[in-house]
Design a protein around this ligand. Structure first.
Ligand code: ZN
Length: 298
């Protein structure tokens, strides 16, 4: 499942190509991939809209839309960098893409053959197409104002962005302290911290030398600080390596990432720990396979 680094890679790649483009047509071949509003309304509303910003919140891709000749970027060169995630509120209309388990959002030339399981195609005014493909169909597309999507629970309320410079170690400590769940389960909770999934929860707990089944509320301030640092490190390294293609993840150009070969514990149960050489253990936490080193993480 794509997590924060994979979604960030897609968003950063798409941004310069999408900013200022107008969606001239939209075709849905599997309309129920649209969860809000009704598919017909979705198509009606999205067509004719100009892309004003491309960003990310947790594992959600956010594409801010506006009418062609109004709004902050109307006519002027688009801004190079996105607003910080917490300043996203207030976009009149947002196209929200959640990739679910196997979703892929690709920008292609119109002549590119249509891959199977392509459920939505956005035709852009430069002749290119933004295509959403999702074999397992756990992903979703939403359209609406951010506030409306949040209040109608079409989008969950997400915790802070772990790579946001404003996200302090103390904030993570505060969020861990009030929880009786295992550390791993809290990291997976999108309302506690946004964007972390199975891969980077295991990776950051290993880097922090913390057991994944340790009850979050028992973690010391010092350990929370270590986890804060290792969480940001794991995510930043993965972004630098363009994400992990452990499964079906592909970037906006259909290419695999580079982090899957550099993972310390994820997917390596039974293989030797890179630090101590002992075979890595696998347990289940919150229904997810969890890999860690019994010697290095205690
Ligand atoms: Zn070890």
């Amino acid at each position: 499942m794509p997590e924060l680094p994979e979604v960030e890679t897609i968003v950063a790649d798409l941004r310069p190509h999408l900013l200022g483009r107008t969606i001239v047509r939209c075709e849905l071949s599997f309309p129920t991939i649209v969860r809000h509003p009704e598919p017909e309304e979705f198509v009606d509303e999205v067509v004719g809209m100009r892309i004003k910003a491309v960003g990310r919140r947790g594992k959600y891709i956010l594409i801010a839309l506006g009418t062609s000749n109004t709004g902050p970027s109307g006519g002027a060169p688009p801004a190079a960098s996105p607003p910080p995630p917490h300043e996203w509120g207030g976009a009149d209309l947002m196209l929200v893409v959640h990739l679910g388990m196997t979703g892929q959002l690709r920008l292609v030339d119109a002549v590119a053959p249509l891959a199977n399981h392509t459920h939505a195609v956005f035709f852009l005014d430069d002749g290119r197409q933004l295509r959403y493909r999702d074999p397992r169909r756990f992903g979703r597309l939403l359209l609406g104002a951010e506030e409306a999507l949040l209040s109608s629970k079409k989008m969950p309320v997400l915790g802070p962005e772990p790579i946001d410079p404003g996200f302090a170690a103390e904030e993570l400590y505060r969020r861990l302290r009030k929880r009786r769940a295992p550390l791993k389960a809290v990291l997976l909770d999108q309302g506690a911290v946004a964007g972390v999934g199975n891969i980077y929860a295991d990776e950051s707990l290993h880097r922090a030398r913390l057991r994944p089944d340790r009850i979050a509320g028992t973690v010391s301030r010092k350990s929370a600080r270590r986890l804060h640092e290792s969480l940001r490190e794991s995510l930043q390294i993965a972004i630098a390596n363009r994400g992990s293609s452990v499964d079906t993840y592909r970037d906006a150009w259909g290419e695999v990432g580079g982090q899957q070969e550099k993972l310390l514990v994820y997917g390596r149960a039974g293989e030797p720990c890179f630090t101590c050489g002992r075979p890595l253990s696998a347990i289940r936490i919150a229904g997810r396979t969890t890999v860690f080193c019994r010697r290095c993480q205690h």
